[in-house]
Design a binder for this molecule. Structure first.
Ligand SMILES: Cc1cc2nc3c(=O)[nH]c(=O)nc-3n(C[C@H](O)[C@H](O)[C@H](O)COP(=O)(O)O)c2cc1C
Length: 216
């Protein structure tokens, strides 16, 4: 398959940006390997600090590895997110009802993560033993690639979402993925065909988040 054929013909970049929602409910249907490779190839086109190109990507399809990552995600969701979401409070920009729907989707993802066709892990390789300070400083060079991957998934009609809750225990993640000491994992992106429909993202208005020249 020619990878250029994988893109949805009539989707412009702004259509993708404005409809690139976190798609958590995904089908079990297998995603062709060419499409997964295309996602990482697109991620790899992103910029990095000093052009270091230290981003590394692991496409996890093996059932037992997916199960281990799903177990780590469960620990993250149950320990951190559920207590927050159970309060079911609204945010200024997100109603209690919308938050509750998001919580349902996070729970669905927690229960089904091991069944999702591919879990893509965005990592960095620092070339030497990585510490917490290096890992934090490196984040700016991996997230542009993650966003490229998410937009590319959207353009190909695949569902994806950036997640970090499975990665809260770096030692456990290192063991599961057999990472050398020089590597750190930043984001786990479950990828599959979406169960629901894509729709527009809802974000704060520009009047709230933008100023010209100076803030006040
Ligand atoms: C740094 C970061 C970490 C995130 N971690 C998680 C996560 O662990 N689990 C999850 O379900 N979603 C996670 N998300 C997804 C956000 O919840 C989502 O992008 C946000 O709610 C906006 O959703 P929307 O694009 O559908 O409007 C994360 C997003 C970012 C940028």
């Amino acid at each position: 398959m020619n990878t250029s054929d994988l893109l949805v013909d009539d989707m412009g970049i702004f259509d993708a940006i404005y409809s690139c929602r976190a798609m958590r409910r995904l089908q079990q249907r297998e995603v062709p390997e060419e499409m997964l490779i295309k996602l990482v190839d697109a991620a790899n086109q992103a910029p990095s600090g000093s052009n270091s190109q230290n981003g590394r990507w692991i496409i996890v399809r093996d059932a037992s590895t997916k199960q281990k990552l799903a177990d780590l995600n469960r620990i993250g969701v149950e320990g951190y997110l559920i207590p927050q979401l159970e309060k079911n409070t609204s945010l200024p920009h997100q109603s209690a009802e919308k938050r509750s729907r998001m919580a349902d989707a996070v729970m669905w993802q927690m229960e089904h993560m091991h069944e999702i066709p591919a879990l893509i892990i965005a990592c960095m390789d620092f070339g030497e033993k990585v510490n917490a300070q290096m890992a934090a400083a490196g984040a700016g060079s991996i997230w542009p690639g993650i966003q490229n991957l998410l937009l590319s998934a959207r353009a190909m009609g695949l569902g994806a979402a950036p997640t970090t809750l499975a990665l809260g225990n770096p030692k456990a993640v290192k063991d599961v993925l057999n990472l050398p000491d020089s590597m750190a994992a930043y984001c786990l992106i479950p990828v599959g065909y979406p169960s629901g429909k894509f729709g527009p993202v809802t974000r704060k208005p520009l009047t709230e988040i933008m100023r010209f020249d100076q803030w006040s």
